[in-house]
Design a binder for this molecule. Structure first.
Ligand code: DAH
Length: 350
């Protein structure tokens, strides 16, 4: 092998073993393999060689070129690995025994009430369902017996997306999906549908102490053979007595909602005066809490459940309103305010 080639090979090995910075590698690559590099110069110089020398010399230079490229590549990988290792070694260590300073966070009052309701309903055999906030017109209105141009839509103006979808105005938007999800099991085995679905709702509202454009509801449904209003009253009474930690009396008044027939407003005996009459209940002894009713045959049919075979109840509990009642919060706007002084004072009383 030509001396020049041997010399260059040795030189490359020495230089590579001596470097300490990743950036030096690029300089070495350029100085041997770049356009003006020493190996490139050897290849260019071949044109001056005699024909019989060219072949052997050319093969040797090419081998040197491959050797240099492979060595540089291996050295690069080795140095990158070292660099990553040293970066990791110099990272601060997370010490889980370090005491946390400052106040710990707490659950939002609506979350507290929601979790409590979920656990009460779970213990009574209900499933807890999650549902989207962006829904179609069909889910929010048509599937629950509110066709286009129905006047009930006037009270539920909302925010529309360019694709025609909307921010749901009511948790009733999930009713159809729940019927479709559990209906087949009801029809096959007679297992009643028992589900609650809490969720955030949106309406185009002028806000004041009692109205917000963003609030929480918790819808519930039970569908099966011979389900009646008595079942509805039993479940609501049990749930409310647990939430308020005392026996709660309820009463039903007629109320209109297109997805129930008959429909009701469920009132509870006033928590302040115990039903005697006081300014909080406008001296009536009752507080309006939860609209409800027997599911309209059209809604059952639309969900694939035969209304001649099965009946069911539904309710749309205002979770925001329930949290306000339970914790004595006077202004609904506090709940979305992000004001920690006011929101961190509530705790789980379970
Ligand atoms: N979705 C109704 C609303 O937001 C509330 C409601 C009323 C839900 C009656 C129900 C029901 O399930 O049966 O105004």
């Amino acid at each position: 092998m030509d001396d020049k080639i041997l010399h260059l090979k040795k030189e490359i090995e020495e230089k590579l073993s001596a470097i300490s910075e990743l950036s030096e590698l690029e300089q070495i690559r350029v100085s041997y393999l770049g356009k003006k590099g020493s190996i490139t110069a050897l290849l260019k110089g071949m044109k001056d060689l005699a024909a019989e020398q060219k072949k052997a010399f050319g093969a040797d230079v090419n081998r040197l070129k491959e050797f240099a490229a492979a060595q540089i590549e291996a050295k690069t990988a080795e140095m990158k690995k070292k660099q990553t290792e040293s970066e990791i070694a110099s990272m601060p260590v997370f010490d889980i025994s370090t005491p946390v300073s400052g106040k710990m966070g707490s659950y939002h009052p609506i979350t507290l009430v929601q979790r409590q309701c979920e656990s009460i309903f779970r213990s009574m055999g209900f499933t807890v369902e999650d549902y989207a906030e962006v829904v179609t017109d069909y889910e929010c209105f048509e599937s629950v017996n509110i066709p286009k141009h129905h006047p009930a839509r006037d009270m539920q103006d909302t925010y529309y997306l360019e694709n025609g979808q909307l921010l749901k105005t009511q948790t009733s938007a999930a009713q159809n999906a729940i019927l479709r999800k559990y209906g087949p099991e009801l029809i096959r085995n007679g297992t009643p549908i028992k589900a609650i679905f809490p969720g955030r709702c949106f309406r185009n509202e002028a806000t004041d102490a009692c109205h917000e454009n963003t609030f929480f509801q918790m819808e519930g449904m039970m569908v099966g053979k011979d389900i009646s209003i008595s079942n509805l009253i039993y479940f609501m009474k049990t749930m409310l007595s647990e939430v308020f930690r005392k026996e709660i009396k309820v009463r039903l008044r007629p109320g209109f909602f297109p997805f129930v027939e008959p429909g009701f407003e469920l009132d509870i005996s006033c928590l302040i005066c115990g039903g005697e009459g006081c300014p909080s209940c406008k001296h009536s002894g009752w507080l309006e809490l939860c609209p409800c009713g027997m599911i309209h045959p059209n809604v059952l049919r639309e969900g694939g459940v035969d209304p001649d075979e099965y009946t069911g109840f539904a309710f749309g509990l205002g979770l925001t309103r329930l949290a306000m009642m339970k914790y004595g919060i006077k202004d609904i706007r506090d709940l979305n305010s992000g004001n920690l002084r006011s929101l961190c004072q509530f705790t789980d009383d379970e």
